[in-house]
Design a protein around this ligand. Sequence first.
Ligand SMILES: *[C@@H]1O[C@H](CO)[C@@H](O)[C@H](O)[C@H]1NC(C)=O
Ligand SMILES: *[C@@H]1O[C@H](CO)[C@@H](O)[C@H](O)[C@H]1NC(C)=O
Ligand SMILES: *[C@@H]1O[C@H](CO)[C@@H](O)[C@H](O)[C@H]1NC(C)=O
Ligand SMILES: *[C@@H]1O[C@H](CO)[C@@H](O)[C@H](O)[C@H]1NC(C)=O
Ligand SMILES: *[C@@H]1O[C@H](CO)[C@@H](O)[C@H](O)[C@H]1NC(C)=O
Length: 354
Amino acid sequence: MVRSVILTSAAFVLPALVKAQTYNMVKEYAGDSFFNDWNFYNNDDDLTQGNVFFVSAKEADSDHLAYINDAGNAIMKVDNTTTVTVGSVRNSVRIATKDQFTVGSMWITDMVHVPYGCSVWPAFWSSAQDWPSGGEIDTFEGVNQVTMNQMALHTASGCTHSANAIQTSKLINSTDCSTAADNNDGCVVTTPTTSSYGEGFAAAGGGMFVTEFATTGISIWFFNRSSIPSALSGNASTVDTSVLGTPTANYSSSTCDVSQFFEPQSLVFDITLCGEFAGNQDIFEETCSGTCYDDFVLGSGSNYATAYFEVQYVRVYSQAGEVTVISGSPRASRAHPAAVLALAIGAVAALFML
Ligand SMILES: *[C@@H]1O[C@H](CO)[C@@H](O)[C@H](O)[C@H]1NC(C)=O
Ligand SMILES: *[C@@H]1O[C@H](CO)[C@@H](O)[C@H](O)[C@H]1NC(C)=O
Ligand SMILES: *[C@@H]1O[C@H](CO)[C@@H](O)[C@H](O)[C@H]1NC(C)=O
Ligand SMILES: *[C@@H]1O[C@H](CO)[C@@H](O)[C@H](O)[C@H]1NC(C)=O
Ligand SMILES: *[C@@H]1O[C@H](CO)[C@@H](O)[C@H](O)[C@H]1NC(C)=O
């Protein structure tokens, strides 16, 4: 690809240019139009075998599973008003952007609440149409009652998290990003603060996740509400990543060539229940007791009052001078064969997903 040739030579001749990268906002999902440019999946959970049905946009609206609240924020939630009987599943939401974003993009989401609780498995992630060859980036994910967010890449074989990564997190769970390794745990880094997930995230007023998808590497920053840099507050139409400090997780192209392992990405929010990761009995028992489906999904839905995203916005940026947006394709809603494997299967308390 042309872009990689340009960047590679720039990195070689002028490393300083690579460090201070300026991004301009090219797309914002916010306010009353938040849901306009996403596809609602409208099918069973084909990726992670969760006990949910991901509703259509129409149903999400009529059942109040995806809507804009009085504060102007987007809510996406698990149905918590229907009684689910044995053999049935619970309604939830999975949405994917119609547009795709190439290498040279950055995306930021500001959220005030994320879904949590026993059986609940939320994620904010991205995936190429061809998976795993086009790669997957997991910015936000967790299961059950874990207290910290986990980040990961899932790729074809040959991409690893570098031992030399310059990042603030010292919590490195696994380093092989290949879907063929370790039951597809991916290369997982945990965000080292309880303000990054669950009750702790909500108590801190939420926060911001920044994902930089650059030829030099993929970096993810987490800032809780009180630590958001001024460069990201307000409208932030231009962001220079050099003011963000060291990323929480950093997957350098030195051991995972982004241009080789990643194709244009669609952004995805989803909340599934149980399935291959949250519902794995060993993993489930790490933070919850009982049986995932029987004791939580079934019944009135009273377990799901905290199972919702409240999102102020998602903003997407392009590197200055680059065009990184591929406008909506009709295939996008079928785009995520992604995590078909996603297995967290027992093993290594692993992780997983999408
Ligand atoms: C990520 O780590 C690599 C070294 O592995 C470093 O060269 C690069 O600058 C780091 N990226 C960021 C955004 O700090
Ligand atoms: C927010 O993040 C800052 C910086 O990492 C940390 O010092 C502070 O304890 C966090 N706040 C909460 C409520 O965890
Ligand atoms: C942010 O953008 C909105 C909409 O374009 C505008 O109304 C508002 O004045 C801007 N705020 C700042 C601080 O620039
Ligand atoms: C359902 O969840 C919402 C939060 O999304 C909560 O306000 C409401 O009380 C819950 N309803 C029931 C019946 O638990
Ligand atoms: C990753 O490691 C951290 C720190 O040891 C741990 O708290 C967390 O549970 C691990 N995550 C997974 C999914 O195993």
